[in-house]
Design a protein around this ligand. Sequence first.
Ligand SMILES: [Zn+2]
Ligand SMILES: [Zn+2]
Length: 195
Amino acid sequence: MAVEESGVPAYGAIDTHDELITWSRAYAKEARREWLLDVRLDLVEWTVSTRARRRAAAVKRPQIPDATVGEPIDWTRVPDSDGRPLPCTVALTWDAFEAFSKTEWASTLRHELLHVEQFQRDGTTDHGPAFKRRARAVETDVHCRTFATPRWLFRCGACGQEVARRYRECAFVREYDDYRSECCSAPLTKSQPEL
Ligand SMILES: [Zn+2]
Ligand SMILES: [Zn+2]
């Protein structure tokens, strides 16, 4: 694993859940500055899910009674709160990380951070008009695409049979022209399926 000075792995070198969390937390800090996200990251916990099949990530949060998006909540009236927002958890889906480029993963994180922003201010969050406005402002999607589509398909250049699919940049994607297909010993072709 290639680790930079700061202890944050390069995106392409992430191998473990802990490394994915370290990278994502570091990105969240950067995004807060760059996109002026109003989030308290000290009140955010992070986990990695290997079970989620559809959502790239999700924010898990306590249900606060009588909370409405767009109406800032008085946290002092919330039981269990010491006046600060209650902690919430960003759950990251490992398969989505494997499927997404760095740009797509960063966009996914900004989407989740907008949920954190709404939750910490209003006590709840949704995908309504306020969310859509914020999503435009931080250049992320209102809905994440599914993560089952590979970025690249590799086929035998002679017979067209599928040889490999890859979800993100890796040595094979960079060096595929060094490989030959097993079926015909032919060079491989690379294509990007429609998303
Ligand atoms: Zn969402
Ligand atoms: Zn072939």
